[in-house]
Design a protein around this ligand. Structure first.
Ligand code: PRP
Length: 212
């Protein structure tokens, strides 16, 4: 039996993923040691390997077959647009992709005039404005603290993740439109899905069962 390799998103998402995996008997004791600097963790008995990666890199590892299975946010999966199969909504890490700004900016979304949109997700923002709203926009790519953009006058609105809404509230901003709901998803390499169909299907089914 060959190893099945999992790419997990570093941080809170990995912790939640491992919690869920434990429920179906997929464990990796080695990974629980937070002080460890190891990059790859192995469950010899079940022939499983795990590694942690930055969110946007998870679909890359899975597309190239360096990992058979990955878990990352739907935002990342949409933005990266890789040739991978999205097989399961894990139901945690729930939040929303939204267009946000000062309340006065709402009016700008009702016309087809050119507006500036700051975002960490240029593909998602472009797709939303071009294909759903038929509005021409100037996309400004940022790498974080997106809420700053309308405050300092860099953009009219932002396209960003809203979880509790407190970052918006504390800065006088609001949700103007919802683009789509988000949550953690399991993705699979297209070749692995065929070559390791039985083992992978078993995992998907077990995860579905514990979710129900
Ligand atoms: C995300 C997102 C918002 C915030 C939303 O940022 O970009 O800024 O969380 O959460 P809330 O609705 O609960 O306030 P993150 O903390 O990941 O960091 P970033 O701003 O550097 O992207």
């Amino acid at each position: 039996m060959r190893y099945l390799t999992f790419a997990l998103t570093k941080g809170r998402l990995a912790d939640k993923t491992l919690e869920r995996f434990e429920k179906i008997g997929i464990t990796c004791e080695e990974m629980k040691d937070k002080s460890s600097r190891k990059l790859i963790f192995v469950n010899e008995e079940k022939k499983l390997k795990f590694f942690l990666a930055k969110g946007p890199d998870v679909p890359t590892y899975v597309e190239h077959g360096a990992a058979d299975i990955g878990v990352s946010g739907k935002d990342i999966i949409m933005e990266e647009n890789r040739h991978i199969y999205e097989v399961l909504d894990l139901g945690f890490g729930k939040c929303r992709m939204c267009i946000c700004g000062f309340p006065e900016a709402a009016e700008l979304l009702n016309h087809h005039e050119m507006i500036k949109v700051a975002t960490k997700y240029p593909r998602i923002a472009r797709d939303y404005f071009h294909n759903k709203k038929f509005q021409t926009v100037d996309i400004i790519k940022l790498n974080g603290s997106i809420e700053l953009a309308p405050i300092v006058g860099l953009s009219d609105v932002i396209c960003d993740i809203v979880e509790t809404g407190s970052t918006l509230r504390e800065n006088g901003l609001s949700v103007l439109e919802e683009v789509c709901p988000l949550s953690a998803r399991m993705v699979v390499n297209q070749v692995s899905m065929r070559m390791e169909a039985e083992r992978i299907r078993e995992i998907i089914n077990a995860l579905r069962e514990v979710q129900e």
